[in-house]
Structure formats: C-alpha cells, structure tokens
Design a protein around this ligand. Structure first.
Ligand code: EPZ
Length: 427
C-alpha cells in the first residue's frame, strides 16, 4: 500500500507541463479496433486507466508496441473475439467503449460492465438506446451486455440528457453503419472532438463534433493513421486551481486555453490573475480568495470533473460559496474529509454550501475517487501541517507523474510505502 505525505502551506511556483487527455485516450484506443491498418497514437498519458485499456487490447489479440514513453503503435487486426470479460472491463469506465467498437467491427459484442469512479448511479440506457436505433438487439445476462446486429443502419438519435459516454459509443457504433446517423443533444467535450478527428483521420465522415448535432455518414473501411491526442483539460485545470489555492504563480504548459475558459473564468471570479498564451496559461494569486458560486454543466460549462478541486479552493475563500453538481447524483462524498480538515461545508442534495474558513488543518484523509483524490492533494497543499492521503491508486488513474510534477513547482509532497498492520492479536 502507498500513501501521500504533504507538508502544506507553501505557495506553488514554476512551470508544469500537461500530459495527453485521459478521456480522449480511453476512447481513441478502443477505436483502433475499427481500423484495417496500423495506428500510431502520440501524447498518450502514462496513467493506469490508459494502461488498462492498452493491456485489454493486447489481451484481446491486438499487436501493441510502445515506440516511446508516450507513443504507442497498435494493430488491432489480430483481434478475433467480440467478448471482453469483467477482469478487463472492471479497471476503468472507458472500457464501456468496447461495446460500440466491437459492435461496429463484429456486429456483435459481449461486454462486462465497466469500472470507474463511484459517482452514484451510472446507467448505460442512452448507450443502448443508440445501439438499438442502429439496428442492434441488446440483452443483459449475468451482468454482461449482449449486443447483436445483422447489419447496422444509420438513424437519428436524440439524447435525453447529454452523455459523453453515450455520444462516444454511438459514434463508434455508427461510423461504419449504412447511411447517415444524426446524434442530437450530443456531448461537446474536447475529447468528443478529439475522437471525431481521430476517426476522420482514418477515413471516417463525421461532422459537427463539438456542437449539439453530430452527423456521421457511414463508410466501408477505416485505414491506419498517425494521430496525436490533445492535452488533458482536467489535469490542466487541477494545476490551475492548485496554483490559485496556494497563492502561487504557475505557468501551466501544453494546454489549449479555449478548453479551459470556464475554469479560468471561475478562478478570476475567485481572485486569481489569469494570463493566456498560445499553448500555456499563467495562474497567480496574491490577494484574498473571494467566494463565488459554481454550477457544473456539460461542456462548455464548468466541468463536473473540476468540482471537488474548486470546492477545496472555496473552502478557504472569503465568504460563503454555493456549488451545484448537476451532472452526477453523488459527487460530494469527499467533503467528509475536507470537513475533517476544518472546512465548513453543508451538503443539501445537489448543492454544497461552503462557508470559507481562514485555513485548513492537516488530517489523515482518503482519495474516494480520481478527482476527489486530486482535491485532497490541493487540500494538503493549503493545510497547515502534514496531511496523509490514502488510496492513492485512484489518483494514479488520471494524473501522470503528479508527485514529480507537484514537487517541481515547490510542493513538499512524497509517496511512501505503508506496511499493512498485522491484525491485532485479540486472543
Ligand atoms: C465521462 O463519464 C467521463 N469519463 C467522466 O470523467 C466525466 O465526469 C463525465 O464524462 C462527464 O463529463 C470518461 O470519459 C472515461 P456521462 P461518462 O455519460 O461518460 C447519466 C473523470 O474523472 N447517464 O456524460 O460516464 C450519468 O449517470 C471521469 O475523468 C445516463 O443517465 O459520463 C450522469 O449522471 C469521472 N444514462 C450523466 O448522464 C447513460 O446512458 C453524465 O454522464 C449515460 C449517462
């Protein structure tokens, strides 16, 4: 077991370089199953969610070769099975994309349920609505999703609510279907556009990604391609919030400022000074943090994946802030640990009311999920004293080399092995 030890109270200063986007990589890698050639994918983040997807492709029969630490060459033509067992899918949410990819390639798929953060109920009814609209039958047996289709025919599909995963899965299932598929009320996240660009680089015909309406004209074949993944919006946002929360001055490099507009806007409202460059963003804060209200929304709104980090910053802001979580129904579990560190936060359904305090104090805490874990790191950075964070594996799922990256900008942070304490001898 490992835990993180952070000695708080030091402002962050310096430069940090952002890695490739986790939520792009976990969609683009399964999409290689649709290619009749070899795909070389660059700017792959070295994080456990992505490694899990790559390992799954390999175990399914793909040829996988790392050309360097962040570039992988994949030839999925060797995959002969349409079955993805729970031992492979339980590792991350992105494994749900094997449904759309396998259905598209084999016109059948038998996929175990995905893993991923426990954020409340995470149904897949919109995914299966799309598969059915394309002509597939959907059955669930022993927890496995069983998809079959004699053929896949384009259709118009209205998304009852915006869903990143369902939008991605329907894109994958329809890209080689006969005719035109229209996804209405589609998700517009940067990783949706990234996947569409990747598929189009292989010869797909996808238009409108990044808008509410995506049109997909099915094509016969998809070739191999060389493609570089965009930088990670949420990793960048996490370092931006950490810089502002600690009262530091950090240049966050290898970013797409447009993807960060809602985060920059909220940080400025809270008193940070933001400077945008072509592929970098500078965040500093010298004055007092000010309260501000936040409502998470699908892109281009404030990202739900930045909610825990922002709540942590607001816990030491001047005044009372309100944060409303509109995307997931249970994404405030981590607040129990912020409270243990002295935060004054009341949660009422989808709303957290945060009464700013002068400072947080150290305490033993846990990472309850990926972004909550990032929030605990920020809390440790701003708290007085030494904070210990357990269940570090959650953070390693989505933040490449975060100990080194935070250390390089002045954090007193380290990872230590913890020996399992033997069960007390109670006679
Ligand atoms: C993706 O999850 C991301 N995961 C999440 O990031 C992110 O929080 C989320 O999108 C929203 O941006 C990956 O990309 C691997 P949704 P996803 O489908 O696709 C409901 C992180 O920290 N819904 O957009 O599962 C759902 O319950 C992770 O990197 C249905 O009701 O999110 C939720 O309330 C955490 N039926 C809402 O829609 C469905 O069929 C949005 O979910 C699908 C979703």
């Amino acid at each position: 077991m490992e835990k993180i030890i952070i000695k708080g109270g030091r402002p962050l200063f310096g430069e940090v370089t952002i890695s490739g986007a986790k939520n792009s990589a976990v969609a683009i890698l399964p999409a290689t199953i649709l290619s009749d050639g070899v795909c070389v994918i660059e700017n792959i983040p070295n994080i456990s969610d992505v490694t899990a997807i790559i390992r799954t492709l390999y175990e399914l029969g793909a040829t996988v070769k790392y050309l360097n630490k962040t570039t992988v060459e994949i030839d999925s033509r060797g995959i002969r099975t349409h079955i993805v067992p729970y031992s492979m899918t339980k590792l991350c949410r992105g494994s749900s994309y094997f449904m759309g990819a396998m259905l598209s390639r084999f016109h059948k798929a038998l996929i175990a349920p995905p893993g991923g953060c426990d954020l409340g109920v995470r149904p897949i009814d919109l995914h299966t609505k799309g598969f059915k609209a394309l002509g597939a039958t959907v059955n669930t047996e022993n927890g496995m999703v069983d998809l079959k289709a004699d053929k896949l025919v384009g259709s118009s599909i209205y998304m009852d609510n915006v869903s990143v995963g369902a939008t991605i899965n329907i894109m994958l299932a329809s890209v080689k279907a006969e005719g035109l598929t229209i996804i209405e009320n589609a998700a517009k996240e940067p990783h949706i556009v990234d996947l569409a660009n990747f598929l189009n680089s292989m010869g797909a015909d996808i238009r409108g990604a990044g808008t509410d309406v995506i049109k997909i004209h099915g094509v016969e074949k998809l070739a191999g391609t060389n493609y570089s993944i965009i930088s990670d919006q949420i990793e960048a946002g996490t370092y931006m919030v950490a810089a502002a929360a600690t009262g530091g001055d950090v240049l966050v490099k290898n970013v797409i400022p447009k993807h960060l507009e809602s985060i920059s806007a909220k940080l400025e409202e809270a008193g940070a000074i933001i400077e945008e460059f072509d592929d970098a963003i500078r965040v500093r804060r010298t004055g007092v943090l000010q309260k501000c209200d936040v409502k998470t929304m699908p892109h281009p709104g404030f990202p739900t994946d930045m909610q825990p980090q922002m709540v942590t910053l607001l816990s030491i802001a001047n005044g009372t802030s309100m944060v409303t979580e509109t995307v997931f129904d249970n994404r405030f579990k981590y607040i129990e640990y912020l409270t243990r560190m002295g935060a004054h936060i009341k949660v009422d359904g989808k709303v957290a009311v945060i009464e700013g305090v002068d400072h947080l104090t150290c305490a033993p805490v846990k990472a309850v999920d990926l972004r909550a874990g990032a929030a605990m790191v920020i809390a440790g950075l701003i708290a007085h004293g030494v904070t210990e964070i357990e269940d570090v594996q959650h953070i390693e799922r989505g933040y490449e080399n975060f100990i080194e990256k935070f250390s390089c900008i002045g954090a007193d942070i380290r990872l230590v092995e913890t020996t399992r304490t033997a069960q007390p001898d109670v006679g």
